[in-house]
Ligand binder design. Sequence first.
Ligand code: UTP
Length: 234
Amino acid sequence: MKTVVISLGGSILIPELNENRIKAYIPVLERIAAKHRLFVVVGGGGGARDYIDVARDLGIDEGTADEIGILVTRLNATLLIAALGEAAYPKVAESHSEAKKFAEAKKIVVMGGITPGQTTDAVAAVLAERVRADVFVNVTSVDGIYDKDPKKYPGTPYHATLTPQELLTIVGQGGLGAGSHNVLDIIAARVVERSHIPLVVLDGTNPENLADALLSGSCRCSVVSDTKKKILPL
Ligand code: UTP
């Protein structure tokens, strides 16, 4: 049994409330949890961005907009927990220590955001450190790490494997603001570098990609690691 922390982007799980993939993710998460100790950190998605936009229109400061974003991530986490039913611990963890405590129940532990000034990727990266994860997975809307956003710059180089230092250089070129978008939060990239925990970045538009990557090792994904050790399948 391995310990797995997944950052499940809101733009993947709940791009819009009435256009969500929660149902499709349930059997996938259950299959992984049947073999491994699983933590899932849920993002805010379109809902968080809508609220943050309204906050900005009202002239509300970025820190407060972040707090609003955090509330939306926790709402999404609540939905996922309810949909997972018996498979999940019944409460959203509001801190890393709470997540560790909840894991004693041997169920899937779900959390959202915790602190302004970051995204749920950073929450998940630190959680991976705190629970000594064997792997940290970022489920996002791109199939791995490119030098630049491949949607804006077609043909930009793709990296199937890279070192944490290379990741930091790539991610360091992005910006930070409430609701800001990058393949991985810069704080998360720094944590990946210091923790030496392997990171897998994959496209979760099709939920089966996650199960395929972790359980069969077949995926188009980027693996960030500073060892030559084979990371996938778990
Ligand atoms: P997300 O982690 O969802 O950010 O948090 P995101 O980059 O928009 O990712 P996707 O689209 O879900 O994949 C939503 C917002 O909530 C605030 C930030 O403003 C973030 O942009 N937040 C979240 C925090 O301030 N702190 C946290 O710990 C988590």
